[in-house]
Design a protein around this ligand. Structure first.
Ligand SMILES: Cc1cc2nc3c(=O)[nH]c(=O)nc-3n(C[C@H](O)[C@H](O)[C@H](O)COP(=O)(O)O)c2cc1C
Length: 305
């Protein structure tokens, strides 16, 4: 059999294969150069970038759990000017499309970050992380409120013609409702899932393990939750989905594509195995070859129920 086609189009972003890295789990990627060429990835995704530098939370901010990990890093980043002066130059020299993840404390901060990034060369798409607390208006995350999710999308859409992805939280009752809200304001794709709220306790000390008490659960433990959310969003909207949550193998990625994802991101798995993202690319190709799938696009939403 000739090699299967792995190229996909994620809401206007052409990817030579359907695999990127999950925001915040890959740094700018420099440390991974010891293991593989970053141009092998379908796209490279940055950690969240805010308008001003964010310090992040105090340690301890990582805890290992059964089948996963909790983190409360707190979206630490050098701010958009610091990002442009340091990481961006390195990232755009890697020969792979660049997705910049954007975060904010209030609705107005997101479009400000995008407006600044629009002055830079080499950015292919934006992924807007609305799973952040709306500090300016009571602390609920934007991704829990369809009206706020829509407002952030509208403001960001006004700043850019580039592919705009909205990253959704699984910590809601009806994720389809949020996906519809961002689709209606011009999102080109949705990314999901962000981490699941979780907690770890040190019983002998009678203390929470994390400084922030609660954190975000990621890794294999969240994969079934992520698959169910991708499936739910696939029923709710027409725009493509970037699926993530516990993906560690090519077959995991194929499961997300069958549930409706056009592309996938590999996150926590890279902490255990630095070549996880490229292993997933090879695994998807091997699956297609073994199963006689000529075009990876034929897997998207092909779940038989
Ligand atoms: C240490 C860490 C930092 C993260 N930072 C971000 C971030 O800056 N922006 C964002 O949208 N998601 C962030 N995430 C969420 C991941 O991108 C991803 O949605 C989540 O971890 C689920 O995928 P995984 O199970 O493959 O890790 C972070 C996750 C981890 C573990």
């Amino acid at each position: 059999m000739t090699e299967p086609n792995l190229a996909v189009n994620l809401g206007g972003l052409a990817m030579k294969n359907p695999v990127t890295v999950a925001s915040g789990t890959f740094a700018p990627g420099r440390t991974f150069l010891d293991f593989f060429d970053l141009s092998e990835l379908g796209a490279l995704t940055s950690k969240g970038v805010s308008i001003e530098p964010w310090a992040g939370n105090d340690a301890p901010r990582i805890a290992e759990t059964a089948g996963g990990m909790l983190n409360c890093i707190g979206l630490q980043n050098p701010g958009v000017e610091g990002f442009c002066a340091t990481y961006l130059k390195f990232m755009r020299s890697q020969g792979t499309p660049l997705i910049i993840n954007v975060v904010g404390h209030g609705v107005q901060e997101y479009p400000q970050v995008i407006a600044r990034l629009e002055q830079e060369e080499g950015i292919s798409a934006y992924e807007v992380n609305i799973s952040c607390p709306n500090v300016a208006e009571g602390g609920r995350t934007f991704a829990e409120d369809p009206a706020k999710a829509a407002e952030v999308t509208r403001l960001c859409r006004a700043e850019t013609k580039k592919p705009l992805f909205l990253k959704l939280t699984p910590n809601v009752t009806d994720i389809g409702e949020i996906a519809k809200a961002v689709e209606s304001e011009g999102a080109d794709a949705v990314s999901l899932i962000n981490t699941v709220v979780g907690m770890a306790i040190d019983a002998k000390r009678r203390k929470p393990v994390l400084s922030h008490v609660v954190g975000g659960l990621s890794g294999p433990a969240v994969k079934p939750i992520a698959l169910a959310k991708v499936w739910a969003v696939h029923q709710a909207v027409q725009i493509p989905i970037l699926g993530m949550g516990g993906i560690a193998t090519g077959e995991d990625a194929v499961e997300f594509m069958l549930a409706g994802a056009t592309a996938v991101a590999v996150g926590t798995a890279s902490f255990i195995n630095p070549t996880a993202s490229v292993d997933v690319i090879k695994g998807i190709a091997a699956f297609c070859e073994a199963e006689g799938v000529k075009d990876v696009n034929d897997l998207i939403g092909a779940l038989e129920v």
